[in-house]
Design a protein around this ligand. Structure first.
Ligand code: IPD
Ligand code: CA
Ligand code: CA
Length: 275
């Protein structure tokens, strides 16, 4: 794919993220439908669904031949397409439903399975994060870069907890305690795309999480890499967006965070009770 083509697709991603963001602004404080997706802590609202409709309409207008994987409506288009858009119309639904203003629209594009373009729009702070492979990363069209923190003891980290946390011993609780002890703090933002965008712009130094979906990660991964950071699996093997597991840092902290992640054992008191 040429840089010109990546730039064109970045403009489309941006248009889609802004269109979704306008919907999130519209429904803010006016939600009537908050449904549980089979469990009390996994919510979907009319804002998620309406934002997704707007994002998909933009893609349909510009790139109807591309495949799509969107959180609320699933997969569409030719499975063998080189282009797959991964859409989270409302990343941070729990925050949004509680009127805690930390959510975003995340629009990422995979080319032959690799994230290459991303646009993340935070409608509350009105911040637009964008990146495309080889073209750099920006916040509100100004170049951004990861932090230069080299010492875990001086770092501010972020993570999150997947919806299956009560059903698996691999629920990230031990990791959260461990890094809280070693760093200046660990935040739980509640919107994976913004966690990644914040690593990209140096507000946070490192991020790890498991149990994620491609739509949570696609756009943010491009941002971190293009801002000079590093993205891998916990053990530093190549990142696989379908594994749901990510270690994304400013690069300087990558070795130490990976080493710590590989020696943490689950907290047994929070493991599910065997049936
Ligand atoms: C969730 C958020 C959260 C992460 C969860 C995700 P959603 O996405 O990104 O930060 O910890 O694993 O599922 O459900 O709000 O789109
Ligand atoms: Ca999400
Ligand atoms: Ca979502």
């Amino acid at each position: 794919m040429t840089p010109t083509e990546r730039q064109r697709l970045l403009e489309i991603a941006t248009e889609a993220a802004l269109a979704g963001g306008a919907v999130l602004q519209h429904y803010w404080g006016r939600l009537k439908q908050v449904e549980e997706k089979g469990r009390a802590d996994n919510l979907v609202t009319e804002a998620d669904k309406a934002a997704e409709v707007e994002v998909l309409a933009v893609l349909q207008r510009h790139v109807p031949e591309h495949a799509i994987l969107a959180e609320e409506s699933g997969a569409r288009g030719r499975a063998e397409s080189d282009y797959l858009w991964a859409i989270d119309p409302l990343d941070g639904t729990t925050n949004y439903a509680h009127q805690y203003p930390f959510s975003a629209v995340s629009v990422g594009l995979l080319f032959q399975g690799q994230p290459v373009v991303g646009a993340i729009f935070d409608p509350f702070h009105k911040e637009l994060f964008r990146a495309a492979q080889g073209l750099g990363a920006t916040r509100d069209r100004q170049p951004i870069h990861v932090s230069d923190t080299t010492d875990l003891a001086r770092s501010l980290l972020v993570t999150g907890f997947a919806y299956d946390r009560r059903e698996t011993a691999d629920n990230n609780y031990a990791e959260f305690c461990h890094f809280t002890h070693l760093s200046q703090g660990v935040r739980r933002g509640g919107a994976a795309s913004l966690d990644l965008a914040y690593v990209a712009c140096g507000r946070l130094d490192g991020y790890w999480e498991r149990g994620l979906s491609p739509w949570d990660l696609a756009a943010g991964v491009v941002l971190v890499k293009e801002a000079g950071g590093k993205v891998t699996a916990y053990d530093q093997s190549p990142f696989d967006i379908f594994s749901g597991r990510i270690l994304a840092t400013n690069g300087h902290l990558h070795d130490s965070m990976s080493q710590e992640l590989n020696r943490i054992k689950p907290l047994s008191q929070f493991a599910p009770v065997p049936s």
